[in-house]
Design a protein around this ligand. Structure first.
Ligand SMILES: NC(=O)c1ccc[n+]([C@@H]2O[C@H](COP(=O)([O-])OP(=O)(O)OC[C@H]3O[C@@H](n4cnc5c(N)ncnc54)[C@H](O)[C@@H]3O)[C@@H](O)[C@H]2O)c1
Ligand SMILES: N[C@@H](CCO)C(=O)O
Ligand code: NA
Length: 436
């Protein structure tokens, strides 16, 4: 069979990894794909650096339009990032009948429906394994391996940068900015690292997982997004004392009312496997009704781990390109005519457990007042801890872990608690998931 011809848009961290792994494992990959895979043209804004990386074996250009219009190219790999030029080039490539491989979760979480529809109309594939949890084959698992299941929920550590920051801060006591700079140096962080630390990148990935798990359209604009910038070290310490770790989780959960789609720092029991995922590693826990819980762990970022997923997609395309479009794996796992309109729930409607930290005057009756507000709100307490005040100290902290309740319920109770004269300042609220 003729080799499949590939054009590469953007040869930065992931692009260079893709080029190198493809070259190194060329023969083995061809034996799996049933044909050779050849990168014939590379476009990058910095063609000199690109030329140094690829040598003389393929053409290097500065304008991606030359790649998407190249008559011999069958597959375009988009590794530029962002939603501007990347969206334009991907849509042009599809219009020209090229299959697409992309690692760009920002693009797919915001313009996925438009891109998948265009690909469907044109009979080409858009493969995006690298977009969620990098090298971990989670898209493959959700779209293919778990098709027998009604998926109940997914909870994942799906941003390497923030997990690296939380781990290094907790274990080595390093400060936030130092660790973020190191994550950038190692090639984990997004071009705009606020996407990592504010939870946006994790929400892009959770949005894609929710779509393929529940057969709903891609709806990033409805996701609840909180990052780690407001997380305080004191809460990490109290959580540990109570037997929990704090992780930035991306959660997609199906309920009778709709889908919970949320990213926020979350307390998880320290004994869970996923609570022990450290550094830039990712892990995704999927609960299916037939299989039960399955856990996927590995490198979610970095040059070659991400390239591993990009090349797996290339191999899939090489194997499936001549199959009838209706016989291929659907872009969003469910057949396009069988999508569900289950709504994404507003955060007020979400049900979970909570960690509350109250800074209080160390006076008789403060605890009784707080617990009676919780009781009136039908919020039951799972655990409670009061820091022993130092000698002569007149203020202290009370930590309360609640059983499950609705977010709007806990918010109303917090508003009442904050009005108590013995409660000083704002109550800190974090969400807690038992993941069982
Ligand atoms: N780095 C990771 O670990 C990782 C993991 C998973 C997914 N991703 C995603 O992969 C994509 C690429 O990430 P990266 O880390 O390799 O980024 P990068 O910044 O290292 O590389 C991007 C490359 O694209 C080039 N480029 C920018 N604009 C261009 C244009 N208009 N035309 C042609 N080339 C252009 C840049 O010169 C650069 O070489 C992003 O969507 C990112 O979210 C990255
Ligand atoms: N910035 C992302 C890259 C992988 O998608 C992360 O830190 O996980
Ligand atoms: Na992946």
């Amino acid at each position: 069979m003729k080799p499949i011809k590939v054009g590469l848009l953007g040869i930065g961290t992931v692009g260079a990894g893709t080029f190198n792994v493809l070259k190194r494992n060329q023969e083995e990959i061809a034996r799996r794909a049933g044909r050779g895979i050849e990168i014939v043209m590379v476009a990058d804004l910095n063609p000199e650096r690109a030329r140094e990386l690829v040598g003389a074996q393929c053409e290097v250009v500065g304008d991606g339009n030359l790649v998407v219009a190249h008559p011999e190219i069958d597959v375009v790999i988009e590794l530029i990032g962002g939603y501007g030029v990347a969206r334009e080039l991907v849509l042009k490539a599809i219009a020209n009948g090229k299959h697409i491989v992309t690692a760009n979760k920002a693009l797919l979480a915001t313009h996925g429906d438009e891109i998948f529809r265009a690909a469907q109309d044109k009979g080409v594939m858009v493969a995006y394994e690298a977009a969620v949890a990098g090298g971990i084959p989670i898209i493959k698992a959700l779209r293919e391996g778990l098709t027998a299941n009604r998926i109940e929920w997914i909870a994942g550590i799906i941003n390497g940068t923030t997990n690296f920051i939380l781990s290094e801060m907790r274990e080595k006591g390093l400060d936030f900015d130092t660790v973020l700079r190191e994550a950038q140096r190692l090639g984990y962080a997004e071009a705009d690292p606020t996407f990592d630390i504010e939870g946006v990148d994790a929400a892009h990935k959770a949005t894609l997982m929710a779509a393929i798990a529940f057969g709903i359209p891609v709806q990033f604009d409805k996701a609840h997004v909180e990052g780690i910038t407001k997380l305080e070290a004191v809460d990490i310490r109290y959580a540990e004392q109570l037997g929990y770790r704090i992780k930035l989780l991306g959660i997609a959960k199906r309920t009778d009312q709709g889908v919970e789609l949320r990213v926020h720092p979350t307390l998880i029991p320290a004994k869970r496997l996923i609570a022990n995922v450290e550094g830039a590693m990712n892990a995704v826990l999927v609960q299916g009704d037939a299989v039960g819980a399955t856990l996927y762990y590995g490198k979610g970022a970095g040059s070659e781990p991400t390239a591993s997923a990009v090349i797996a997609d290339l191999v899939d395309i090489a194997r499936l390109a001549d199959a009838q479009p209706e016989h291929r794996v659907p872009h969003l796992a469910f057949q396009p005519q069988s999508m569900s309109d289950l709504p994404i729930l507003p955060i007020a409607e979400v049900t979970t457990s909570y960690y509350l930290r109250l800074h209080v005057a160390d006076k008789l009756g403060v605890l009784a007042n707080v617990t009676s507000i919780l009781a009136e709100s039908t919020i039951s307490i799972d655990a409670m801890m009061q820091r022993e005040p130092a000698l002569g100290e007149t203020q202290t902290d009370i930590i309360i872990l609640t059983h499950q309740t609705q977010e709007k319920n806990v918010e109303a109770a917090i508003a009442k608690i904050e009005k108590l004269p013995t409660v000083l300042g704002k109550v800190t609220k974090l969400r807690l998931e038992h993941l069982s």
